[in-house]
Design a protein around this ligand. Structure first.
Ligand SMILES: *[C@@H]1O[C@H](CO)[C@@H](O)[C@H](O)[C@H]1NC(C)=O
Ligand SMILES: *[C@@H]1O[C@H](CO)[C@@H](O)[C@H](O)[C@H]1NC(C)=O
Ligand SMILES: *[C@@H]1O[C@H](CO)[C@@H](O)[C@H](O)[C@H]1NC(C)=O
Ligand SMILES: *[C@@H]1O[C@H](CO)[C@@H](O)[C@H](O)[C@H]1NC(C)=O
Ligand SMILES: *[C@@H]1O[C@H](CO)[C@@H](O)[C@H](O)[C@H]1NC(C)=O
Ligand SMILES: *[C@@H]1O[C@H](CO)[C@@H](O)[C@H](O)[C@H]1NC(C)=O
Length: 443
């Protein structure tokens, strides 16, 4: 095999980035940086993990309380759609003319794009000044008969202005005027400016934005950024949870697993999205099984199915949950398989015991070498073989080793901890999720 001259190795990143910059020929798109919400706050690794695990618990609790109420009335549907109040990643975007830059929580579980607006009747602290529509000539309020107003789950009409109201869980919410505005996206070399994006200008907001200044919905409904940009594909590559290197988002023409310079060369896996008519915004997957240590567990496929009668159950992939939650019947089998295959005693002595209960005494007794069983998630047409760092974590307080998966009393959620160092493509045109292992910190 011919070796690559050293100077070419130095040049390679430049050549690759030049190739990527040429991409807009293929159509509209941009690249953006995703910052973890706890980045730069000086947390220890143990604190980062524990904060993320607690946020996941809050998110799944909201999911469950909402999913068990009937989805018949509009307020309940609106609540369910936006239960995703606590995301994990922030994306920067410019709003208005000239653009003012804000970091918004990226959320694949909801649709609306919104930020807090002046004048504020009730607002939450945010790191940047509130957006002031009076300072932006490209701002326009939407009338009640506009198609975007009709796409809201709970539209209100006040003096022919479309008023939106979104609920996040039981108490937090945002309400304000549904408006058109010019948005600017992307890193400096891929910057795009798009006029007339419908967004919520929130004058009445409550809850925590976790150092963001609003949210940007990446769901499947008409109000989401993905749908409004008319280029319904995006991909992300999440760096290691503990890595200080930010993650990457690719949109439109840039969202292709082929352009990944960090690809490990493993084949791309693809699986179709399925639609839950009760929650059409969310990205449901057809999960077919789980293997531990190379053995397919005897999980009845109905454990992962959407309940046609009320829309509960099913499996979603979610950027806003950290750890994975599995329907209890599946979780119990995974727990038992780990208990059987890991040659270490189980323990409940961890600081995360109320969430994670497949934990082992660590470090093992002297001179004992322990091999962890491999873990793979199976979807229709695709296998996700997880690297060890995507499913085992070390509890910061006790040093014990825990499986980063918890039990759910309703549906299952594939969380972002499980797709670290995967490049994941959401292709809404073909209704397909594709993924491949990637070294995300060198993209
Ligand atoms: C916001 O960021 C500051 C400094 O980075 C940090 O101290 C604070 O805890 C953060 N707040 C939230 C709600 O995450
Ligand atoms: C992008 O451009 C702005 C203004 O020209 C500059 O301040 C900033 O450092 C640039 N960012 C990067 C990542 O190059
Ligand atoms: C808002 O944007 C949409 C989509 O471009 C456009 O059809 C509509 O006329 C705009 N409405 C206002 C009031 O600017
Ligand atoms: C990769 O490129 C090939 C050929 O250009 C194309 O057919 C395929 O759809 C691409 N795959 C992805 C995931 O973008
Ligand atoms: C851990 O707690 C659970 C639930 O309380 C209990 O069923 C289990 O036996 C405990 N395991 C250990 C190893 O103490
Ligand atoms: C899920 O995949 C299995 C196996 O390919 C298939 O039999 C089943 O019909 C699929 N379910 C849905 C809801 O698409």
């Amino acid at each position: 095999m011919a070796s690559i001259p050293a100077f070419l190795l130095v040049l390679l990143p430049l050549l690759l980035s030049a190739a990527v910059s040429a991409y807009p020929d293929a159509g509209f798109g941009f690249q953006a940086t995703l910052t973890h919400i706890d980045a730069g706050a000086g947390y220890t690794e143990a604190q980062l993990l524990s904060r993320a695990v607690r946020r996941s618990k809050a998110r799944v609790a909201a999911l469950q309380s909402l999913a068990t109420t009937t989805a018949a009335d509009a307020i309940t549907v609106a609540r369910i759609l936006v239960l995703a109040s606590e995301g994990e990643y922030l994306m920067s975007m410019g709003i208005g003319t000239p653009p003012r830059y804000y970091s918004a929580i990226l959320d694949t579980g909801s649709d609306l794009i919104w930020t807090q607006c002046a004048p504020c009747m009730l607002c939450v602290d945010q790191p940047t000044p509130f957006f002031d529509p009076a300072q932006s000539p490209s701002y326009a309020k939407l009338p009640c008969n506009s198609p975007m107003c009709n796409a809201l789950y709970y539209p209100l009409c006040y003096r022919n202005v479309c008023v939106y109201q979104y609920f996040y869980g039981d108490s937090a919410n945002t309400a304000g005027v549904l408006s058109n505005e010019t948005f600017t996206f992307g890193t400096n070399d891929t910057r795009v400016t798009v006029p007339r994006i419908a967004f919520g200008c929130g004058n009445l907001n409550a809850g925590s934005l976790f150092n963001g200044s609003g949210m940007v919905g990446f769901g499947r409904g008409p109000l989401s950024l993905v749908s409004q940009l008319g280029s319904p594909r995006f991909s992300y590559c999440l760096t290691s949870f503990m890595s200080p290197v930010p993650s990457r988002l690719y949109f439109g023409a840039y969202a292709t697993l082929n352009s990944t310079s960090a690809s490990t060369g493993e084949p791309v896996q693809s699986t179709p999205f399925i639609v839950n008519p009760g929650l059409p915004t969310m990205y449901y997957l057809n999960m077919t099984g789980i293997s531990v240590g190379g053995e397919l567990l005897p999980i009845d496929p109905s454990v992962f199915a959407i309940n046609d009668a009320d829309g509960t159950g099913g499996v979603i992939i979610d950027s806003g949950s950290t750890i994975t939650y599995l329907a209890r019947a599946a979780y119990d089998m995974v727990h038992q398989a780990f208990a059987d295959q890991v040659g270490l005693p189980l323990t409940n002595a961890t600081s995360l015991a109320d969430v994670l209960d497949t934990c082992f005494v660590w470090p093992p007794p002297p001179r004992k070498i322990v091999t962890m069983p491999e873990l793979a998630f199976h979807f229709e047409g695709a296998n996700m073989e997880l690297p060890l760092e995507n499913y085992m974590l070390i509890d910061g307080d006790t040093g014990n080793l825990c499986l980063a998966i918890a039990a759910s009393d309703d549906g299952s959620i594939i969380g972002s901890f499980q797709h670290q160092n995967f490049h994941v493509l959401y292709d809404n045109e073909n209704s397909l999720l594709s993924f491949t292992p990637a070294t995300c910190n060198v993209m």
